[in-house]
Design a protein around this ligand. Structure first.
Ligand code: ZN
Length: 347
């Protein structure tokens, strides 16, 4: 029996958008064999659904890739500069769903996701990572919500009008700067009202606790790991993991070598063992109902034993070999995500 996987984060929309090609939608549907994700490989690997990120890259900066663990901090992207890339990637998501309705569906409720999974259709959540495309009056938020947006990271690892993201640093505590601005606090409140999940993964520690104080929803970090095992600024302290558990929230295991390895190296190889150690540690502090997967497919260098989405069964097999029972594996692989989405969205 293949265990389905529901996943907390991928960047395939960025990969497709960067092609600047009319054919990008069909490349994804038919399978281009590039990067980590396309539809035929997702079906083969048991990828049942997940968060599809819209992410506006800094025009001139590459993402951390080589073994440079302290890349220069990313500069700001202005609201006006974010609109076109955001709409471009959102359009790709909408067109994929329109052109392959029997294989791919945008879901806005947990029951939509359950139905899609039962139908064998990939269930996609429209997520924005870094709220540069949201104006201070939150008008574009209304429009994006109406277009299906159900998850938002207020900041990526760079400053914007809502706060300061956590820059990529190693070794470093996640406590790297000031928390949310007043606009950031207003954004969290409106997300609560609209039923948009607030993703904590790229917030610094002060921003995390600001959301914890303010938000009425469970705390969710879609793609982050345990700071105790890999001292990257992007990973979560034990106190943060405990807060996630207490609010019946969720943390998704990030497959990036640089957030798994004890030495924080990105480009160097990393086995599956460290993934299991992070899962153990996160379950110890957040609880086994509040941990899942958040691959960062198409956004990071990941272990060769996974390779791409077709390698997911290798991760499931490693969980089994590590002594996890079927019931726990199902929770980690998809059931916990469904639970927190129900608690966040209300249905
Ligand atoms: Zn990310």
């Amino acid at each position: 029996m293949t265990i389905p996987v529901f996943d907390g984060h991928n960047d395939v929309l960025l990969r497709l958008w960067q092609k600047k090609s009319e054919g990008a939608v069909q490349d994804f549907i038919r399978g281009d064999g590039q990067g980590h994700l396309d539809l035929p490989r997702m079906r083969k690997g048991g990828f049942a659904g997940g968060f599809f990120a819209v992410f506006v890259p800094n025009p001139h900066d590459a993402l951390p890739d080589e073994d440079d663990m302290n890349p220069p901090p990313a500069g700001e992207v202005k609201t006006n500069a974010a609109f076109a890339p955001t709409l471009g990637m959102a359009s790709l998501l909408l067109r994929i769903a329109r052109e392959a309705p029997d294989q791919f569906r945008i879901c806005t409720t947990a029951s939509d996701i359950r139905k899609a999974m039962a139908d064998g259709v990939v269930a996609a959540i429209f997520h924005i990572e870094g709220a540069e495309a949201i104006d201070a009056d939150l008008q574009s938020l209304d429009v994006l919500h109406a277009a299906g947006l159900r998850s938002l990271g207020p900041v990526w690892s760079r400053p914007n009008i809502f706060g300061e993201g956590v820059p990529f640093r190693f070794p470093s505590s996640p406590d790297t700067g000031p928390g949310l601005t007043d606009a950031g606090k207003a954004l969290v409140k409106r997300c609560n009202e609209l039923g948009i999940l607030v993703d904590l993964s790229h917030l610094n520690e002060k921003g995390f606790w600001d959301v914890a104080d303010l938000s009425t929803a469970p705390l969710v970090a879609t793609h982050s790991n345990a700071h105790a095992l890999c001292g990257s600024s992007r990973n979560l302290t034990d106190e943060q993991l405990q807060a996630i558990g207490k609010t019946k929230g969720m943390v998704g295991l990030n497959y990036a070598n640089g957030f798994l390895r004890a030495d924080g190296k990105w480009a160097s190889e990393n086995g599956l063992d460290s993934m299991l150690r992070h899962l153990d540690h996160m379950m110890k502090h957040a609880g086994e109902d509040h941990v899942g997967l958040g691959s960062d497919f198409d956004g990071a260098r990941i272990p060769a034993q996974i390779g791409d989405v077709t390698g997911l069964p290798n991760l499931i097999a490693a969980m089994k070999a590590h002594g996890y029972g079927d019931e726990l594996i199902e929770k980690l692989a998809w059931k916990n995500w469904l639970g927190v989405l129900e608690r966040t969205w209300g249905e």
